[in-house]
Design a protein around this ligand. Structure first.
Ligand code: ADP
Ligand code: ZN
Ligand code: ZN
Length: 876
């Protein structure tokens, strides 16, 4: 923990805190008892703002009303980030010191302010961690309180308990005689009567009259210390553990008993009893026998409620190929802030590089943070980490139970070297002494939070965190985001470049001094080839009389799969209800005449006109009956769910065993793992699913990958559509042929001539990024411009539309940025709320004078809510 303690930048905090102090509504505070420090003439009164986690206040979350002002007693040193005990109504609660004030708030009479009781834990939130939270607050225009609340596990402070424990080494003989106060003597006696010398305030208060004064005396003498116990469940979870204490060479043992001891020795001399029984296929009585002979000890030990993985065979580092070795060598030379792009084709062994980069750090006493896109991907990945690092690995994501989250937190705060694997929120994992941050599949959009606020991107936050911790950040991907590609200086490489500006997308880190590295793993492990990608033109299928959603080529491949006892993956793109319209005869896609994006199909209710709309500028037109290009009547909107596809499969291939893998079938905890295990065990021939199939699956027996219709991806009404399509198709294709048997990929589309399709077919990231960046630059889209999206929503369709108009008009007086919209969100109504949005576009380097968001908010009636989404990814 100590390395985590640094000086805090109070000025910065004051500056930042002044951003939100105005709308804090202080609670009615009760007159405090006069205290000594208050009477003393010399003491300068100081005040502190405390984020109090008070029960019942959670209903007022939105307004940030949970910051309260307290007076500091004369001798109490408090720093932002400390956990304090403060009086609140009739209770005493835990809270985090946020900032120190020289004056009490003007609207609060000084004598009404209560006094902080004590510091319970110093530097609970370390300096750099605090700075991180502040940056998030400032960059994403979110109150600091809301950021803190998001970063801490829910109800952390509420669950805490205040305790006191003896410091026996400081207590002289006959100590009781030295204590003036009866209460102090009583507390000392109670504490001494117990082995641990440790009780909760609550318990002692019931036993001892005048507990507070008595406790104070003990603390002043430094005979005891108070602390906050984060989450002590009334019954800590314990489990029996078996420990080897003698190797048995001189003890009379039978062969079986010696075998068992050998297993225990091979496993490091210690195992949970249940795992041991499982591994040795033995029984508790047998072990008890060994215990009686003095070879082992069986005892109860507390288990932190971390998500437990299955028992795994210990895995050894693989010997690296040349590209891996050279990538690892570079990463290992970095011991300061740096950004690395590890660009490795699918199956090139990126994970092995991560593992070997982490191993030496753990030996140096440092920790590593590994961020991954989604839970669906974590079981396989975490298994690989656990097989290498055993119980040094913990998993942190929002699907954990509360108990697991707390315990994982506690585990992190111990400062022991460890590896935390988690989804985007784990970027806030309070790991002291970070040596490395890894973002795997860094291009993945699930690293961005759309709601609730703060709408942070874990990659952006990870970069700040790496800077604050002064450690390298490794971004890994087969299909890097264009932002990352440009940020490591790759634009213009491998072709005619043109003049590219390197954008500076971060407000806080000029990054001029940031050292960046590009590392490439251009080949698959064992020089396995990337699978050939066959593009099937579905227009021709239709012309030739095939009306099935499966092309003849895909049908044949599915048939073959069964015959050869191989496995396949069928990918279906499905996203919301929004969809574009295209011609099934010629592939023509209806686009906005002003914005270069496809129009989205809107059909709110029966008999209402079918409309096509642009989500950027709000251009609208009616749905034409015939294709404007070839006059074919087969002008259809797209959208084909997993359910429909599985029905069709069941009809055409009744023998084929399927597993559906999508958000419907993976809702329960552990279901990802169950389904994937079933598939890996060969209990099905085909895995049918959506987006989550594309991520990180490493199943050597998969030879076929089919994409039912690429068009849903190609023509999203979003400037990122091409990038996302290329990434998704390349990733899903990358699941094929990872083992001995060669793989093949079949992509069905109505737009074979699309630039993305060509790039996917030739596995050509370079030319794709080149062409795409040129378009982005021409239109000032990221990474060459920055965006802020204002999302408005209301139950009242008229009011939200009017408000959007009012705000857009107010903003349009500014010249430093461009306003697009207002326009309705593509799914206009969600959970009965009507949604509109305004897009603000500006140059990345010269930061414009951005609007005063408080003023903008004041234009919103209370029935309309406004979210400011900085660097939005999801514009639809
Ligand atoms: P990526 O993450 O780049 O798609 P993986 O890390 O999943 O690739 O590696 C693909 C497969 O190759 C995995 O099964 C992994 O265990 C294996 N592998 C990785 N590196 C090596 C190596 N140096 N030697 C042998 N096998 C390796
Ligand atoms: Zn047409
Ligand atoms: Zn438009």
């Amino acid at each position: 923990m100590t390395s985590y303690v640094r000086e805090i930048n109070i000025e910065l905090i004051i500056k930042l805190a002044s951003m939100y102090i105005n709308d804090i509504n202080l609670s009615p505070l009760v007159v405090s008892e006069p205290s000594e420090s208050y009477k003393s003439g010399e003491t300068v009164n100081r005040w502190v703002e405390v984020l109090v986690d008070c029960p019942g206040a959670s209903t007022e979350l939105e307004k940030g009303e949970k910051l309260y002002t307290y007076r500091l007693p004369a001798k109490l040193e408090v720093k932002p980030g400390d956990i304090l005990s403060v009086p609140f109504g009739l209770q005493r609660l835990g809270g985090v010191a946020i900032r120190i004030l020289a004056k009490p708030p003007a609207d609060l009479a000084a004598e009404k302010i209560k006094e902080v009781e004590d510091v319970i834990q110093r530097d609970f939130i370390g300096d750099s961690y605090f700075t991180l939270l502040e940056r998030v607050s400032q960059y994403y225009y979110t109150q600091l309180i809301q950021v803190i609340r998001m970063a801490l596990p829910p109800g952390l402070l509420r669950r805490s308990q205040h305790r006191i424990r003896l410091k026996r080494e400081n207590i002289p003989n006959g100590a009781v005689e030295f204590l003036g106060l009866k209460a102090a003597r009583q507390i000392l006696q109670i504490l001494q009567s117990q082995v641990d010398g440790d009780y909760s305030f609550k318990f002692l208060k019931r036993q001892v009259q005048g507990f507070d004064y008595g406790k104070k005396q003990l603390l002043e003498r430094n005979w005891a210390e108070s602390y906050v116990e984060l989450l002590r469940y009334s019954q800590p979870q314990t489990k029996p553990v078996v420990t080897l204490v003698a190797d048995g060479s001189y003890i009379d043992l039978n062969k079986r008993q010696r075998e068992i001891l050998k297993v225990l020795r091979d496993c490091g001399g210690e195992l949970w009893l249940n795992e041991f029984l499982q591994i040795c296929k033995t029984t508790t009585p047998t072990l008890k026998g060994l215990e009686q002979k003095g070879c082992i000890v069986i005892e109860e030990r507390e288990v932190l409620r971390r998500e437990q993985g299955p028992v795994l065979a210990k895995d050894q580092p693989k010997s690296l190929n040349t590209a891996q070795a050279s990538a690892l060598a570079t990463i290992q030379t970095l011991d300061e802030f740096a950004q690395v792009l590890l660009h490795g084709v699918t199956g090139s062994g990126k994970t092995e590089v991560y593992l070997q980069a982490i191993a030496p750090l753990l030996n140096q006493g440092k920790s590593a943070l590994v961020l991954v896109p989604e839970i669906g991907l974590t079981p396989q990945l975490t298994d690989r980490f656990r097989a290498r690092f055993g119980n040094k690995v913990s998993v942190y994501h929002s699907a954990l139970s509360d108990g697991e989250r707390y315990d994982t937190w506690r585990q992190m705060l111990t400062g022991e070297p460890q590896v935390v694997i988690g989804t985007r929120s784990a970027v806030f994992a309070p790991l002291p002494n970070l040596g490395l941050i890894i973002l795997d599949e860094e291009h993945d959009s699930s690293f961005k939070q759309d709601s609730p606020i703060p709408t942070y991107h874990a990659r952006t936050v990870a970069l700040w965190r790496a800077e604050l911790e002064n450690c390298p950040l490794v971004l890994g991907s087969a299909t890097p985001s264009l932002e990352t590609w440009v940020s490591v200086g790759r634009q213009g490489s491998g072709g005619a470049g043109g003049e590219f500006v390197t954008p500076n997308s971060s407000l806080f880190t000029p990054h001029s001094s940031l050292s960046t590295h590009y590392l490439s793993l251009p080949e698959r492990i064992n020089s396995r080839p990337l699978p050939p990608v066959e593009i099937v033109d579905m227009r021709q299928e239709l012309q030739q009389g095939n009306r099935s959603i499966f092309s003849r080529s895909l049908q044949a491949a599915l048939q073959e799969l069964q015959e050869r006892k191989q496995q396949g993956i069928l990918f279906i793109h499905r996203r919301g209800h929004s969809t574009f319209v295209s011609c099934r005869s010629c592939g023509y896609v209806l686009e906005c005449p002003h914005c270069d994006v496809s129009l989205a199909y809107h059909h709110t209710e029966e008999k209402a006109p079918e409309l096509l709309r642009c989500h950027y500028c709000n251009y609208a037109r009616s749905h034409p009956k015939f294709c404007p290009d070839c006059s074919s009547p087969y002008l259809k909107f797209f959208g084909s769910g997993t359910q429909r596809v599985t029905q069709e499969l069941a009809r055409q291939f009744p023998e084929l065993r399927l597993i559906r893998f999508d958000s419907d079938t993976t809702r329960n905890k552990g279901s990802h793992r169950t389904l994937l295990t079933q598939f890996a065990n060969g209990e099905a021939d085909l895995l049918v699913g959506t987006q989550m199939l594309t991520k990180g699956l490493d199943l050597p027996q998969v030879t076929l990958v089919g994409v039912v219709a690429a068009d849903g991806l190609l023509n999203l009404s979003d400037y990122r559509a091409s990038e996302r399509a290329f990434q998704t198709l390349t990733q899903v294709a990358g699941r094929a042929g990872r083992g001995e048997d060669p793989g093949r990929v079949i992509v069905q589309t109505y737009t074979t001539e699309h630039q993305v399709i060509a790039a996917v077919r030739s596995h050509d990231y370079q030319s794709f990024s080149q062409a795409e960046l040129e378009q982005r630059q021409a239109l000032n889209y990221p990474p060459y411009g920055r965006l802020i999206l204002l999302r408005l929503s209301s139950l009242d369709p008229i009011q939200v539309q009017n408000t959007a108009q009012v705000i857009a008009t107010a903003l349009s007086t500014e010249e430093e940025f461009e306003i697009l919209g207002p326009a309705p969100a593509s799914i206009l109504r969600v959970a009965n709320r009507y949604r509109w949005q305004i897009l603000i576009k500006f140059a990345p380097d010269a930061l414009p004078r951005l609007p005063d968001w408080e003023e903008v908010r004041s234009l919103c009636p209370s029935s309309v809510s406004l979210t400011i989404d900085v660097d939005p990814l999801n514009i639809m």
